[in-house]
Write a protein that binds this ligand. Structure first.
Ligand SMILES: [Zn+2]
Length: 310
């Protein structure tokens, strides 16, 4: 992930909890009286608060409780099948006349850019009689096939782009086994900088003054904290290659910001510089989460105009 979206569902918490409480009631009524079904009902009762209201960190504890309660592969497979009856994601995800669907949820998302790549917009348009509507895919941070009791949990939902959610990137990778950054929990720890390509690595003075040809600059992606999870996220979401194609735009941004920074040394009208910086960035610096490539642009602006940004 590039951006932390821990408050992405702030406007949806109550409505989603009401929906999920009812879904659990309806689902439990579908369970029979077999031993496995009894164990499933007991597990849900004991973990209900976490399933409905739990924040990201608690969901990992819930997974451990599940693995302990259903320890053999056969028992676990039976439990998974029964839990899928209770936590029915496919009916939630469809367009329907029901009061609360994935479309309603996504329309309340605070951020409308994919948090994993921060390149692609993920807006929602509610369907009605006239239009089909659309919404972003919802990635289950902890996969619903393995952990169906988290299939409808709000803090297991990551709105993202199709590419990041697809088989060529996240696909079936189990994030509870191979740690990656959790956009609902972890602090941002992937940064960007403009660097020289290998062939220009010894021309540092020309590089810094932005006088090399533009094709000798490359937008680099690096893990700065939480190194294992950050590196895994960079690799899984193929961020180095994907951001490489943004190098030229990053180079032109660097040129404009550097020009602004050098002019500032001779003037001191703070307000003018603030407005001009916003124009170059195309957003206010502290609103970077809501703009595709916003984090990368802020990082490059800071690199070439240190005094202009906090
Ligand atoms: Zn993405």
């Amino acid at each position: 992930m590039i951006i932390n979206i821990s408050d992405v569902w702030a406007a949806a918490v109550n409505d989603h909890a009401t929906f999920l409480e009812q879904a659990i009631e309806d689902g439990l009524a579908k369970l029979g009286s077999s031993i496995v079904e009894g164990q499933v009902a007991k597990f849900i009762a004991e973990n209900r608060r976490i399933i409905v209201y739990g924040q990201s960190a608690e969901l990992a504890d819930c997974i451990q409780s599940f693995l302990t309660a259903f320890s053999g592969p056969l028992l676990r497979a039976c439990a998974v099948e029964k839990m899928k009856l209770v936590f029915d994601y496919s009916s939630f995800s469809e367009k329907s006349a029901r009061a609360w669907t994935a479309y309603d949820l996504c329309s309340r998302a605070r951020y409308k850019v994919c948090c994993y790549c921060h390149m692609i917009e993920t807006g929602t348009c509610l369907p009605d009689e006239e239009i089909k509507g659309y919404r972003p895919p919802i990635d289950h941070y902890y996969g619903k096939a393995d952990y169906p009791f988290l299939a409808l949990s709000l803090y297991n939902f990551i709105p993202c782009c199709e590419k990041c959610n697809g088989p060529q990137m996240k696909g079936q990778i189990d994030f509870s086994v191979t740690p990656h950054l959790n956009p609902l929990l972890d602090e941002e720890s992937i940064d960007f900088s403009l660097g020289p390509i290998a062939a220009a690595a010894d021309k540092l003075a020309e590089f810094a003054s932005l006088t090399l040809p533009k094709d000798q600059y490359k937008l680099e992606v690096s893990a700065v904290k939480n190194l294992n999870s950050s590196s895994a996220s960079i690799k899984t979401f193929q961020l180095r290659h994907r951001y490489g194609t943004y190098s030229e735009r990053a180079y032109y941004l660097a040129k404009r910001v550097r020009g602004l920074a050098s002019r500032r040394r001779f003037h001191d009208d703070e307000l003018d510089f603030k407005i001009e910086l916003e124009e170059h960035l195309e957003f206010k610096p502290d609103e970077y989460k809501g703009v595709p490539y916003g984090k990368a642009r802020v990082c490059v602006a800071r690199q070439f105009g240190r005094d202009l940004l906090p």
